[in-house]
Design a protein around this ligand. Structure first.
Ligand SMILES: [Zn+2]
Ligand SMILES: [Zn+2]
Ligand SMILES: [Zn+2]
Length: 271
């Protein structure tokens, strides 16, 4: 299982074009891993988690294409994760040789937004599946199992456990402190990788809606206590906001003693 983290920023991007704070200014100066676009990921070139307006630039930068994509699963309807109008560009008016059928999964609000943005789905070769229900696993045409679990974010947000080729990825954002029933559903099944929301960086917060560094470490420990995180689980923090202020070098150093990696755009994890 190859996971390509296409983007690792919170909604406003980092540097944010509307912001001249020290963290944005320093990211502009340093470039490289401090330039963060909006979060989404590509798995084995056939599964994509979330689709936002940065996907085009991210795919160009990665030297990849989406012509083999068969599953698109959305975590939630926030614009930095779900910009369904972008999917119109797979249509026959734009692409002479349209790509194969793409199966689309998401919660009820996501399904509503996708349908509203695109109208007739047939020319786009999109099959939008009935809304995902919490704790109800579905298996896609490419053999990926999606287990949607409740998040502490906006209604209609799912944390995802994705199983493919015998490997398991927990896609843990966006969310604050996980609901007990989500932790219970993950209990006893070891993960190969867990991805955590770290929007707040070192900032104090109430663990509502997103996590910061403390919250990431707490959630990792909670999952460890129930046997989901083991010593073999790759732990990765992502979805960073400039409001947290810590640049890549500082995040990496802060997380290193805890064996958590600080994600950056273009990071590849092979499980
Ligand atoms: Zn987000
Ligand atoms: Zn800023
Ligand atoms: Zn969100």
């Amino acid at each position: 299982m190859e996971i390509l983290l296409l983007g690792t920023a919170a909604a406003e991007g980092w540097p944010c074009p509307w912001c001249a704070c020290a963290a944005c200014a320093e990211a502009r100066r340093r470039g490289g891993r401090d330039l963060r676009s909006r979060s989404n990921a590509l798995i084995d070139d056939v599964v994509k988690v979330d689709f936002n307006a940065d996907t085009l630039m991210q795919m160009q930068r990665a030297g990849r294409d989406l012509t083999r994509l068969s599953t698109l699963v959305f975590t939630h309807a926030h614009n930095d994760h779900c910009t369904p109008a972008e999917l119109q560009y797979r249509g026959p008016w734009f692409v002479a040789d349209p790509p194969p059928l793409l199966h689309v999964y998401g919660s009820a609000p996501v399904v509503m937004d996708v349908r509203a943005a695109l109208g007739d789905l047939d020319p786009l070769r999109l099959e939008v599946h009935p809304p995902l229900e919490p704790f109800q696993a579905v298996t896609t045409s490419d053999g990926t199992e999606i287990l949607p679990l409740p998040a502490a974010h906006v209604p209609g947000t799912f944390l995802l456990r994705l199983t493919r080729g015998g490997r398991r990825l927990f896609y843990g954002h966006d969310s604050g402190t996980y609901p007990d029933e989500t932790v219970a559903a993950l209990a006893g099944t070891p993960l190969d990788m867990a991805l955590f929301d770290c929007t707040y960086g070192p900032q104090p917060h109430e663990y509502k809606g997103h996590l910061g560094i403390d919250g990431v470490l707490q959630m990792a420990e909670r999952l460890r206590a129930v046997g989901a995180v083991t010593e073999r689980t790759r732990l990765v923090a992502t979805h960073f906001s400039h409001n947290g202020g810590m640049l890549q070098e500082d995040l990496a150093a802060r997380f290193a003693p805890h064996h958590v990696d600080a994600a950056y755009d273009g990071m590849i994890v092979n499980l």
